[in-house]
Design a protein around this ligand. Structure first.
Ligand SMILES: C[S@@+](CC[C@H](N)C(=O)[O-])C[C@H]1O[C@@H](n2cnc3c(N)ncnc32)[C@H](O)[C@@H]1O
Length: 148
């Protein structure tokens, strides 16, 4: 899912070349309502083997709640990721700003999202339902394996 179809279409030739286009159901939409829609269908609960999150950093914790935390819907507790499944959060080093001194000169958008990324990193580090591994590749990817 992506709010911008053009970005999906940019990668589509590679997806087609790999012969996996038939496995993709693209949704042009903000992620949140799509996740909420997925949560409405019981067959999606705890069913996802792998989820990759690479969108608006100020919503990562909201996404995390829908993917792994127990969201209460009609008094039932539900979530999307499978036990044993993986969630990847991209940009968790956020241009290195997460370890920069508070007064470091940062570009405006880097500074704006830094606190959100740091908040996510802290929440993931103490979340007992997952084990995490931060890969220092690119802009940092944190892999979370759902334990329970
Ligand atoms: C850094 S790009 C990554 C795209 C893709 N993962 C890749 O590596 O090519 C971030 C993407 O998030 C999308 N995006 C931003 N806010 C979003 C939202 N609220 N819901 C869904 N997608 C969003 C943008 O349109 C953009 O395509």
């Amino acid at each position: 899912m992506d709010i911008n179809r053009e970005n999906y279409e940019l990668g589509l030739p590679v997806i087609q070349k790999a012969g996996v286009a038939h496995k993709i159901e693209f949704k042009e939409s903000p992620a949140m309502p799509v996740l909420d829609e997925l949560l409405q269908d019981e067959k999606n609960h705890g069913s996802y083997d792998f989820i990759f999150v690479d969108a608006d950093k100020d919503n990562y914790l909201n996404y995390h709640r829908r993917l792994i935390e127990l969201v209460k819907v009609d008094k039932r507790s539900i979530e999307l990721a499978k036990v044993g499944g993986l969630i990847g959060y991209d940009n968790t080093l956020w241009n290195g700003s997460v370890v920069a001194p508070a007064d470091a000169p940062l570009r405006k958008f880097v500074r704006y999202y830094r606190d959100f990324v740091m908040e996510l990193n802290k929440a993931l580090a103490v979340d007992p339902r997952i084990e995490i591994c931060m890969l220092p590749v690119g802009d940092g990817i944190t892999l979370c394996r759902r334990l329970k």
